[in-house]
Design a protein around this ligand. Sequence first.
Ligand SMILES: [Fe+2]
Length: 217
Amino acid sequence: MDPLTPIPALPDLPRRRLLLGSAALLAAPPFLRDARAQSRLALTPAQTEGPFYPVELPADSDADLLVQGAQRYAKGRPAWLDGVVTDAAGRPVRGAVVEIWQCDADGHYHHPGDGGRADPAFQGFGRTSVAADGSYRFRTMRPVAYSGRTPHIHVKVRLGSRELLTTQLYVEGEPLNERDGLWRRLDAAGRAALTVPFRAGTGGDALRARFPIVVAA
Ligand SMILES: [Fe+2]
């Protein structure tokens, strides 16, 4: 074909594909349909927000918690936290906003209820919009323990004015998990969903943790 010859239009192709797809689904034997239903992803379990969600968001509330305005935070173990926000069918949740908040390396939150003792160089709270593929990424530090709690990072997912999820993220292999009331309350599937490894990365000394989030959107 001459490269300048217009390609014939196929106006009804998508519709035909759709119809064929529907027919194939209806034709599937019941056990196959059941298997497809069961392949839906489990929703990430919710947990309590706790008392330290910021009363006022910091002026710098981006996805890098180790830089607060002009200050750099050098305590703790730097870590990347990334993942993808999807619905139960595995589709990215476009427009979702992920927030995290955690205490500084000395166990203090930026919150009046924690006495204003948090290090001003640690951002403590970050917020980011997911990319078109649902992915998000924060630079923060491996969470640390504070009185009565195993290391954890608080996580919230919003979509517009809706809160889709509030939960907490734990560190795999952390011995204090077994003594933490909120972690112990989770069943085996919940512990598996919310407890992730913070592994040494290939570049620099930053750890990397991957936390996939599944929400009803
Ligand atoms: Fe907390």
